[in-house]
Design a protein around this ligand. Structure first.
Ligand SMILES: NC(=O)c1ccc[n+]([C@@H]2O[C@H](COP(=O)([O-])OP(=O)(O)OC[C@H]3O[C@@H](n4cnc5c(N)ncnc54)[C@H](OP(=O)(O)O)[C@@H]3O)[C@@H](O)[C@H]2O)c1
Length: 287
């Protein structure tokens, strides 16, 4: 998949964060963009903004928790725009609660969006890719799909499953002798707001990535048909660290600050609420 121009590129979770940035970059290259998101208003805003570029943009509100809605939206997408060339499974959520603090629905939601939706969207669009002998399935997983962390039991488990999904799909496609490509993306924290409040202990070794940097790297990796993108580089050392005895591995994660990174997490909902409260207080103060 050397070029985005003229391709049908579907991005889930396209109304904000990394999905929105990917959409902007891919639109600039003249692709036909198909945007899915649960937030219909934000999606329309994104569609209108992106329509000023060279791209054709179609948007569908779809809750990825709802398997029937995914099937219906996929059918509408295939009918309206035809087969998908590049499917970017990007939507994701995090609760940031410990295993015992998490509500049952937090856990279900996390797996519905971060894991099960990968199955439903890919099963909807892969058949046409196989038939045409071309296509690319991109899974935005996480470094949390390679290493566990406290306060992320549900999230890490769902992202480990996403990494397993990509690897198994890749090997299945290999057995089929198919030319359909896959890319899995495993970033450390990115400052999109999804993980507002997280901390890193060694900023040079394990920086919190900027959204623009992450989006640029993803765009390049897909263009070059890279099978796996892990960032920053230190995260690659996970595979080496796994050779250590488990207590030493755990001690290393503690030393690197990874296991405490979520201690001050507030997340997007709380961060947005704090900004609203500050703005309201600011408005009141100004009167
Ligand atoms: N940010 C990080 O530190 C980080 C690190 C590693 C990996 N990742 C992964 O990167 C991907 C993008 O994350 P991001 O930071 O860009 O997060 P984000 O800004 O919160 O964007 C995620 C998007 O997915 C949408 N979404 C959530 N639930 C959905 C549902 N049920 N159906 C359809 N869309 C839904 C969100 O809509 P709403 O805004 O309406 O909820 C949002 O537009 C995720 O898979 C995330 O797990 C993020």
């Amino acid at each position: 998949m050397s070029d985005y121009a003229g391709r049908n590129v579907l991005i889930t979770g396209a109304a904000s964060g990394i999905g929105r940035l990917l959409a902007g970059r891919i639109a600039a290259e003249g692709a036909r963009l198909i945007l899915w998101d649960v937030d219909a208003e934000a999606l329309q805003r994104a569609r209108v903004e992106l329509a000023t570029t060279a791209a054709t943009v179609t948007a569908y509100a779809c809750d990825l928790r709802d398997r029937a809605a995914i099937a219906a939206t996929a059918a509408a997408t295939l009918r309206d725009v035809g087969p998908i060339d590049i499917l970017v499974n990007n939507a994701g959520i995090v609760s940031g609660r410990t295993l015992l603090e998490a509500r049952d629905d937090d856990i279900l939601r996390t797996f519905d969006v971060n894991t099960l939706a990968l199955f439903w969207t890919t099963r909807a669009f892969l058949p046409a890719m196989l038939e045409r002998g071309t296509g690319h399935v991109v899974t935005i997983a996480s470094a949390a799909g390679l290493v566990g962390t406290s306060r992320l039991v549900d999230y890490c488990a769902s992202k480990h499953a996403a990494v397993g999904f990509d690897e198994s799909l890749r090997l299945e496609l290999r057995r089929l002798g198919s030319n359909v490509k896959t890319t899995v993306v495993c970033p450390f924290y990115i400052s999109t707001g999804m993980f507002a409040g997280v901390k890193t202990r060694f900023r040079l070794l394990l920086p919190i990535l900027t959204p623009d940097y992450a989006a640029d790297r993803i765009i390049r990796a897909v263009r070059r048909d890279r099978r796996r993108l892990v960032m920053p580089r230190l995260v690659y050392a996970t595979w080496l660290a796994r050779l250590l005895p488990v207590p030493a591995f755990d001690g290393l994660m503690e030393f690197l600050g990874v296991n405490r990174s979520m201690d001050e997490f507030v997340g997007r909902a709380t961060a947005d609420e704090a900004v609203r409260t500050r703005n309201v207080a600011g408005t009141r103060g100004g009167r």
